[in-house]
Each structure stands twice: as C-alpha cells, then as structure tokens.
Write a protein of this length. Structure first.
Length: 176
C-alpha cells in the first residue's frame, strides 16, 4: 500500500472509488447516469476555494487507486479548521486497512500543517478510534442542527479551547 497526494490525472480513479464505495442497491443503475453524491461533491470541492491540494490523499495498491480522502477548509466563527470527507474505499478493498491508513495519514498531515481541528459527519462506531469525539463535548456544533447526532471533531496539537461555536463546511457540502 502506498499513501500519496492526489495527482493530476487521478480524478477518474477517485470517481471510481467513490462510485464503488457509495453505490447502494437503492441507487439508480449506472445506465441511468445517476452517480453517488460524493463524486459531485469532490468535483465541486476541487473547483472551490476550500480545496487544499496537499490534503487530498489516495491509497494505491498494485499501482491502482483504491481509496481516497480529502480535508477541506471549514470554519468555526473566525477560526479556520478542516472538514474531513468524503472518504471512500473501493468495495474490493474494504476491510483491509486502507481507510484506516488514509485516516491516519490525513490527520497526521493536518497536524503537521498546524491545523487545530477536524470535523466530520459519520459513524459513531467507526471514527472514535481515530480520536473523534462528539462535537458537543468541545462546544462545536454543526450549523445544521439535524447533523448534531453524527457530528464529530478531532482536536489536533494546535487546538485551543476557545475554538467553539458553529462549524461551517465549505459551500459544496450544502449543495448536496
């Protein structure tokens, strides 16, 4: 396994990862042209000001991109923070540590860049193993109250306790 930054030319492979990871039996068939929202989200994030190229990472296995994660600029009041997501692992490679490796790499990179905090919406059973806690525990709430139950944050080394308030994702997240 190799974890590296996304490169020019990786977009189609990243789309394939998210198509596989987020497809469901309830989704329209590929022939209908409908795709998981995460594909469009990544494209919109790439085209926006919240995109941080150094924090879009892929996992390669045998020269094939099999997983992807990105961290983008978010905010809590005047404080710049990061949002994690989407993260996806191709279904053929789930359960083999690719997602965990990407999480550790992304959080380590964010910490090395002196980012204070990462927020995400996700499984309360999965993300705590990476140090995520309910946002309410640190006084950080999503700006959409419907997200509160699954909103989590991961304080990093540069975190300071005055970073509290409403968490605002990049605009692309609200267009879903």
């Amino acid at each position: 396994m190799l974890i590296r930054r996304e490169r020019t030319g990786d977009a189609a492979a990243i789309d394939s990862v998210h198509r596989s990871a987020f497809a469901s039996t309830d989704s329209p068939t590929p022939e209908s042209g409908a795709q998981p929202a995460e594909i469009g989200l990544v494209h919109q994030l790439r085209d926006g000001s919240a995109w941080i190229p150094t924090l879009s990472l892929v996992a390669e296995f045998r020269d094939r991109v099999v997983a992807h994660v990105c961290l983008t600029r978010a905010g809590i009041g005047p404080f710049p923070v990061l949002a994690l997501g989407p993260i996806g692992v191709h279904t053929d490679h789930q359960g083999h540590g690719f997602g965990s490796a990407l999480m550790h790499a992304a959080l380590g990179a964010a910490d090395a860049l002196d980012e204070p905090l990462v927020g995400l919406l996700g499984s309360l059973d999965y993300y705590p193993r990476f140090g995520f806690v309910p946002g309410t525990r640190l006084g950080v709430l999503p700006d959409d109250p419907e997200w509160t139950s699954h909103f989590q944050v991961r304080p990093l080394t540069a975190y300071e306790t005055e970073i509290k308030g409403d968490f605002r994702y990049a605009d692309a997240f609200y267009a879903l």
